[in-house]
Design a protein around this ligand. Structure first.
Ligand code: SF4
Ligand code: SF4
Length: 150
């Protein structure tokens, strides 16, 4: 568990991240919760894990206010589930949970899996921005029981 950020440190991160032209969008329907993205992200607590040991009920999300758009997570995700999307396409979204292309993941039936302050996705509809959908078009499919990293 990383050390909590000071208010000053977080404010500096938010200021830097506000200039990012792209943000990391994690597709929960294909995320295995392996935490590689958390290990490579240079911004503490930018990507956070949630859920329990049940594979279908765990995943990670990106805090958009501090994502600097460095792309390291997208390059290193073994399951090819992250795309860098134009910041404008996720404007108004607090986390990548708000930007999901579908609501098939367990978190949308059990929002209590994540902290209350980031449950802005409750009662929202999935994203259908063609620009975002196009970026995910060549994503590696994850076949239950027959998963293989990229
Ligand atoms: S590296 Fe990819 S599969 Fe692993 S937790 Fe991150 S987004 Fe999910
Ligand atoms: S793009 Fe960079 S800052 Fe943003 S979540 Fe990925 S690794 Fe972290």
């Amino acid at each position: 568990m990383p050390a909590p950020q000071s208010d000053a440190r977080r404010a500096a991160l938010v200021k830097g991240a506000s200039k990012a032209r792209v943000k990391a969008l994690i597709d929960l329907s294909a995320c295995t919760g392996c935490e590689v993205c958390i290990a490579v992200c240079p911004v503490p607590q930018c990507i956070e894990k949630f859920g329990d040991e049940e594979p279908a009920a765990k995943g990670v999300y990106v805090n958009y206010d501090i994502c600097i758009g460095c792309q390291l997570c997208a390059k290193d995700c073994p399951w090819d589930t992250i795309r860098m999307v134009p910041t404008v396409t996720v404007a108004g979204d607090q986390t990548s949970l708000d930007s999901q292309l579908n609501h098939e993941h367990a978190v949308f039936q059990k929002p209590e899996l994540v902290p209350e302050e980031i449950r802005g996705f409750v009662n929202r509809t999935p994203k259908n921005d063609p620009a975002v959908l196009g970026l995910f078009g060549k994503q590696n499919p994850v076949v239950p029981g027959l998963m293989s990293p990229k």
